[in-house]
Design a binder for this molecule. Structure first.
Ligand code: PEP
Ligand code: MN
Length: 339
């Protein structure tokens, strides 16, 4: 249920309603809008009618059932867009787009420093790079693990750019949180519910990637797992889904952007690198993503893609990334956004 407070409801009235929600066995989630406060009462669907009685409490305007199964992620509970503060001056979900770039995997100090310096110079806002890599084959490069995190943190210090990196399992949350500004949950973990719950308890923003066969509603239910544990800083990332098409690694679902935007207040970004699997398709799909209303893009960049230990074929060279940034900026301006 959503308890919509009257415009100008007092702090005391809001506290009283919050206490009443708790007394009925529900968890209150307060959303401070520009005009009014909306309180979501989250809990067992059965018996929720009892919450209707709150309508008589002073300061309450209306008690409305939440229709969506993803209550906290839904636009019903919060109508204003969520802006996630990553730190170091980077925010995702506002007028300014978030351009995240970096190699698939951290390979060496030279490699990550070279990329960090290039992308920063080109105007990117965040550095990506996997230290723990989910690889299809156990014989493929698995990432530099904690050494990779240390290199990422060094790059952040040297270039003043925040970092996002993947956490693959519950055991890794502690160490990844120590170094990263944002925790990435990869496509393969989209329905690893214990992991989602645990990052929900973490104090870092979470970049949640859509699974390769996850519907939009399932994607939002996964985000809900994180939100329901108290972490409201979730960024959704469309990265392509499995279809019958084999010309691209995945089929990048650009329509997911406006569809998600019609259902949730959470920021939505797009990863055209994993979405297409081929460097030559990355820039056009990044442009399409921004034109479709995405809040940012995540692009793989490697100084020498031919030597990359993972995802070389889909990685842009520094000069290709630089060129794409010019066009991205023009498209951003055309849709009323900034880089
Ligand atoms: C990645 O971004 O490094 C990655 C492994 O992507 P995904 O989880 O989308 O396959
Ligand atoms: Mn990759």
């Amino acid at each position: 249920m959503i308890i919509s407070m009257k415009k100008g409801a007092t702090k005391e009235q809001i506290e009283n309603v919050t206490r009443a929600i708790q007394a009925l066995g529900y968890k209150p989630h307060i959303n401070q809008g520009t005009e009014r406060v909306i309180i979501g009462a989250i809990g067992d669907e059965r018996g929720k009618e009892r919450l209707s009685n709150l309508e008589v409490q002073p300061g309450v305007e209306k008690v409305i059932p939440i229709l969506s199964p993803y209550k906290l992620a839904s636009l019903e509970t919060r109508t204003e867009p969520t802006v996630v503060d990553i730190g170091l001056g980077v925010k995702i979900g506002g007028k300014r787009l978030a351009i995240i770039a970096g190699p698939c995997a951290v390979e060496s100090q030279d490699q990550i420093f070279e990329v960090a310096s290039t992308i920063k110079e080109c105007g990117a806002h965040m550095l990506r790079g996997g230290a723990f890599k989910p690889r299809t084959s156990p014989y493929s490069f698995q990432g530099l693990q904690e050494d990779g995190l240390i290199l990422l943190a060094k790059a952040r210090e040297t270039y003043g750019i925040p970092i996002v990196t993947e956490v693959m399992d519950i055991a890794g949350i502690g160490v990844v949180s120590e170094y990263a500004d944002c925790l990435q949950i990869g496509a393969r973990n989209i329905q690893n519910f214990p992991l989602l719950k645990m990052v929900g308890k973490a104090k870092k923003p979470v970049l949640l990637k859509r699974g390769m066969s996850t519907t939009i509603d399932e994607f939002l239910m996964s985000a809900e797992y994180i939100l329901s544990e108290g972490n409201s800083n979730v960024i959704l990332c469309e990265r392509g889904i499995r279809t019958f098409e084999t010309s691209t690694r995945n089929t990048l679902d650009i329509s997911a952007v406006p569809v998600l935007k019609s259902k949730t207040h959470l920021p939505v970004i797009v990863d055209p690198s994993h979405g297409t699997g081929h460097a030559r398709y990355v820039a056009p799909m990044a442009y399409a993503a921004i034109a479709a209303g995405a809040d940012g893009v995540m692009i793989e960049v490697h100084p020498r893609p031919e030597e990359a230990l993972s995802d070389g074929p889909q990685s842009l060279k520094p000069d290709e990334f630089k060129t794409s940034m010019y066009t991205l900026e023009q498209i951003a301006n055309a849709v009323g956004r900034k880089i």
